[in-house]
Design a protein around this ligand. Structure first.
Ligand SMILES: Cc1ncc(C[n+]2csc(CCOP(=O)(O)OP(=O)(O)O)c2C)c(N)n1
Ligand SMILES: [Mg+2]
Length: 561
């Protein structure tokens, strides 16, 4: 419905502004509240993925934001569409992912009457999003959309919500597009970098921790070279494994849930911690126990793009406000000390990491998830991407899948269940030629498994490996530790996952023995369909290092003493 006389609808202006800003993908569940945008999509060069639930759609957009460092784009309808999408918004907030959520809104003239599906978005999402706004004037669409890109990516990245009233979208206007946006890189000052060099020269046992968002393959490579020249041990924080090659001789391991105790000791013993890009939140800081709050016990250097994160939890000895990419580039200019005193420690740290991850641990039952992770790490193509949601099953991914490339692992720092399937779909839309494998729990999978319909609709042969233990295992584990033997609301009666996959036109197969996994995986690949591999996991196999039975026995012994 292109206008005559070169006038565009506000919806067309909006979609054109997305295209000007480099957007190629949008994820949505349609609504009558933004029909004019759907119409604008009709004749524009943008890949629209129509989804089955706004939570899934928003997670797909979030995954794209995570992978590219540019805002993922999601469109949903008012009221319930927007509250469904909140799952993805919260992930984008906690994971510092650039995301823009457009919400179809009731007509401007009806506002305040509690009209059909009316919601005050500023009130509803004010605590989750970096910015919530509404466009009342069609002439301001380019300005506000442009600002949303800067806000979502700037400082600490995060989600922006823009409500778009349906009557505003159909107004015709003559307005130019805003110029194309590019994310702002905040560069560290030369003085700060010299201070950092001096601190590193004075250190005896330094360690670098990497986290946060909006890194890039070039930044990953640059920080690798910096680590190498300084022989610095490097750990990646929770679910940020792709920021450093796990087989780099400086890699000291993954600082997340169930980390290598030797890594924890090493960080505690460090006299300088250089935290680049991340916040060192509750999970990587081991419930805020690693580094003193507010005053760190060691020299603490914090590099972060958001001024509001510097000094928020930890008072740094040196705060550098810089984006990870800019810092990584600037770090290439630093000179290592003539004699590096900590080389042996770095070597030992990497050896500890290799030993911790080399062999799968013994597990009850006939399917060993660790052995399957080792098989995947040895057999997946180099550019394959792993996604997952939340649950104990992910502990095996973190421990045994050695992440080597930037963007190779896409998972929620926020610990949101149900993320893996939509993330895999979003990523497969982005990179159709790459192998995308989702590792899911049985509980986790079913939270967004309906998006298999989306995978089937777009012909996306993602492969989900379901660790089916018939439990909300994580909670069952906590329950057994706190209330041994008192099982409550943690047992699951599951559907037939193989039949479920087939019902969507996909491929399904069950694996009951570890040694049958390779053939099952190859069959899933060969099917060319969205596939599900159900692993029959013994419910006692609750973590890579302990069993439910052992946790219960320890809890009972504690109760008696
Ligand atoms: C959206 C959401 N709801 C609830 C939780 C709390 N929670 C964390 S792990 C978990 C159980 C996960 O079960 P499953 O996916 O089967 O994995 P398992 O722990 O059994 O390996 C629950 C309910 C959460 N993290 N996210
Ligand atoms: Mg489970």
């Amino acid at each position: 419905m292109r206008a005559k006389e070169n006038m565009r609808t506000a919806a067309e202006v909006l979609v054109d502004q997305l295209i000007v800003n480099g957007v190629r993908h949008a994820f949505c569940v349609p609504g009558e509240s933004y029909l004019a945008v759907l119409d604008a999509f009709h004749d524009r060069d943008i890949e629209v993925t129509v989804c089955r639930h706004e939570g899934g759609a928003c997670m797909m957009a979030e995954a794209v934001g995570k992978a590219t460092g540019r805002p993922g784009i999601c469109f949903v309808t008012r009221g319930p569409g927007s509250t469904n999408a909140a799952h993805g918004l919260h992930i984008a907030h906690q994971d510092s992912t650039p995301l823009i959520l457009f919400v179809g809104q009731i007509a401007r003239e009806m506002k305040g009457r509690d009209a059909f599906q009316e919601l005050d978005y500023r009130a509803a999402f004010g605590g989750i999003a970096k910015w919530v706004t509404e466009i009342d004037d069609p002439a301001r669409v380019p300005e506000i959309v442009s600002r949303a890109f800067y806000t979502a990516t700037g400082g600490r990245p995060g989600p922006v919500v823009i409500a778009i009233p349906e009557d505003m979208l159909t107004e015709r206007i003559t307005v130019p597009n805003a110029p194309a946006f590019e994310p702002v890189e905040a560069w560290p000052g030369a003085t700060d970098m010299m201070k950092l060099q001096k601190m590193l020269w004075a250190a005896e046992r330094p360690i670098m921790l990497l986290g946060g968002s909006r890194w890039s393959p070039a930044a990953q490579a640059a920080i690798g070279r910096f680590a190498e020249r300084f022989v610095l041990p490097v750990a990646t924080t929770f679910r940020r494994g792709p920021l450093f090659d796990a087989l780099h001789p400086c890699y000291a391991g993954d600082l997340g849930i169930g980390p290598n105790p030797k890594l924890i000791e090493r960080i505690k013993a460090a006299d300088l911690v250089l935290l680049v890009g991340g916040r060192l939140g509750e999970i990587p800081s081991q419930s805020y126990s690693l580094i003193g709050i507010p005053g760190p016990q060691m020299t603490f250097v914090h590099v972060h793009p958001g001024s509001e994160e510097l000094g928020r939890v930890y008072t740094p000895h040196l705060a550098i406000q810089a984006s990870p990419t800019a810092f990584a580039a600037a770090a290439e200019g630093l000179q290592p000390p003539g004699a590096i005193r900590w080389s042996d420690g770095t070597k030992a740290a990497h050896a500890d990491y290799l030993a911790w991850t080399e062999q799968p641990t013994e597990q009850p039952g006939s399917v060993n998830l660790g052995a399957i992770m080792v098989w995947l790490r040895d057999n997946l193509p180099e550019d394959a991407i792993i996604t997952n949601g939340a649950g104990n099953f992910a502990a095996w991914v973190h421990r045994f899948f050695r992440i080597r490339r930037f963007g190779q692992h896409i998972a929620p720092i926020s610990g949101s269940m149900g993320y893996g399937v939509p993330a895999a779909i979003g990523i497969k839309r982005l990179y159709p030629e790459r192998t995308v494998v989702c590792i899911a729990g049985d509980g986790d999978f079913l939270m967004n498994a309906q998006e298999y319909a989306t995978a089937a609709q777009y012909g996306l042969p993602i492969i989900t490996v379901i660790a089916d233990n018939g439990l909300y295992g994580t909670i069952r584990m906590h329950q057994e530790r706190e209330y041994p033997g008192r099982v409550s609301a943690t047992v699951l009666k599951n559907p037939d996952f193989v039949a479920y996959a087939r019902a969507f036109g996909g491929f399904g197969i069950t694996v009951e023995k570890t040694e049958d996994f390779p053939a099952a995986f190859r069959a899933a690949e060969a099917s060319g369909k969205p596939a599900v591999i159900q692993l029959k996991i013994d419910p006692d196999a609750i973590t890579p290092s302990t069993t439910l039975a052992k946790i219960g026995a320890a809890a009972r012994a504690k109760q008696k003493s």
